[in-house]
Design a protein around this ligand. Structure first.
Ligand SMILES: [Zn+2]
Length: 463
């Protein structure tokens, strides 16, 4: 009996005291590998992924993991496949976009919930997308997917389709690139629940992507030459034995509500006709061109997108903010999206991002162009300013020219509105952009001039 009691005592003493001694170390849960991406593509609308699918097909050949984020569900625009419109059309287009990407084997696809915006003005699109909420969600998705590389539309305004929503996706992607690695940004996403009733904390980790590349929504190509890598769309996929352009087209077949008539037409063509249409005729292209936004891991400008990328996290890198440009005591500059982009490039370390100089826009004529201006008076006195506009023949200033005053130490918003004439019928000949020049004077002295190149078209998105 004594012996038994002794044994019990020994066993008892050998037992760890609950809550007072160390437990066996257990592995903490790590991030879900199913959602890890090498590439995150950020675009605006269902079918915009088509701007990159021939490259994505190539990246899949190289076993890259890809996720895609759309800004909107594409709920505006005509429906070529059925009667559904508006939100119902958006519900369909979400599935079409998912199906297009599933064709390639991409299933990690998210939508930010922005609304389609028929405008070339990125500021309208950002407002319509609820900029803050969209950015919060995109930062969350970057932290969830931990991409090495982000691909997106080039944030800038150009003569071209110049869709404000396309630009907004590039703005948000750039902001997320610079913020997702910052532990001070959306910290509630990074905190983990430590006790009951904390169900809103997300337990993500900061993530700094390594590179960001852009594709422009512009007609011109000159200013992008040599600014990033080019990828042939004619090369043959190792996995499918099809050219990359063909895989992109097969993926695009899902977009019936946007392109049923086009898809019906190609369904009637033989392979040679399809190739001719896709590659050599308008709309098709031999290569996809990317513009390097920035790399935190070196590599050359025109080198492969994954040049310099090695596995594993890199430290958070706050962007190098360029200094504010020196301005005279009295100055005038183009406002609206143009001045936003100048500040954006400065804030995100994108001083070398190509942008047209002078600034440019394509507009529907007859119609109007509004030239937004910032007039700065840093002097201690109210100043009288005179604005005048030098216009092409037949164009007329409707409002905004003449004399006005700007109070001491104030920045005033001005706008000049110009009527655009009906275009002469000249067949298929493209009209050259024309220049508007706004001059500002004070006390008989020039304080600056602003130029804008405007191309008149039969049809464009509104300014
Ligand atoms: Zn689009």
């Amino acid at each position: 009996m004594l012996r038994f009691a002794k044994t019990l005592l020994i066993v008892f003493l050998a037992m760890p005291l609950r809550n007072t001694t160390a437990q066996e170390p257990k592995a903490l849960p790590s991030a879900d590998e199913r959602y890890k991406a090498d590439i995150v593509l950020v675009v605006a609308h269902p079918d915009d992924e088509g701007a990159a699918t021939s490259y994505l097909a190539r990246a899949l050949d190289e076993h890259k993991r890809i996720a895609v984020v759309f800004g909107t569900r594409g709920s505006s625009g005509a429906n070529e496949a059925g009667a559904e419109q508006a939100a119902a059309l958006g519900a369909i287009r979400e599935i079409e976009a998912r199906n297009a990407l599933t064709t390639l084997g991409i299933t990690n696809v998210w939508f930010l919930g922005g609304k389609d915006t028929a405008s070339q003005n990125v500021l309208q699109s950002l407002a319509n997308w609820d900029h803050g909420a969209s950015l919060e969600q995109l930062v969350r998705l970057v932290r969830l997917t931990r991409p090495e590389v982000i691909l997106t539309f080039l944030p800038g305004t150009f003569i071209g389709e110049d869709h404000g929503d396309h630009q907004a996706s590039g703005v948000l992607a750039t902001e997320a690139f610079d913020l997702a690695g910052d532990p001070a940004t959306f910290p509630e996403q990074l905190a983990g629940p430590t006790k009951r009733l904390e169900p809103l904390l997300e337990n993500l980790r900061p993530w700094q992507p390594k590179k960001i590349y852009y594709f422009p929504d512009a007609d011109r190509e000159d200013i992008f030459h040599g600014k990033g890598p080019d990828y042939s769309v004619k090369e043959i996929s190792k996995a499918t034995k099809q050219p990359y352009w063909r895989m992109a087209l097969d993926s695009f077949r899902a977009h019936q509500t946007q392109a049923k008539s086009f898809l019906d037409k190609i369904a009637q063509m033989d392979e040679a006709q399809i190739e001719k249409m896709a590659i050599s005729e308008g709309g098709g292209t031999d290569a996809l061109h990317f513009v390097l936004g920035k790399s935190l891991v070196g590599g050359s400008t025109t080198g492969d997108i994954f040049e310099g990328v090695t596995p594993g996290a890199i430290p958070f890198a706050r962007p190098d903010v360029s200094p504010e440009p020196a301005r005279p005591e009295l100055s005038v500059e183009l406002g609206g999206p143009w001045s936003f982009y100048a500040e954006f490039r400065r804030a995100h370390g994108l001083a070398n991002l190509p942008h047209p100089e002078p600034p440019e826009i394509a507009l529907q004529a007859p119609g109007t162009v509004v030239i937004p201006l910032w007039v700065r008076n840093r002097t201690p006195k109210t100043q009288e300013i005179t604005l005048s506009a030098a216009l092409p023949a037949g164009w007329t200033a409707q409002s905004g020219t003449g004399k006005f005053t700007v109070a001491a130490k104030q920045v005033a918003a001005a706008r000049i509105e110009v009527n655009l004439p009906t275009q002469a019928e000249n067949g298929t000949k493209k009209t050259e952009p024309q220049e508007i020049s706004v001059h500002a004077e004070s006390n008989g002295q020039s304080i600056g001039a602003v130029k804008l190149r405007v191309e008149l078209r039969k049809r464009t998105l509104p300014q």
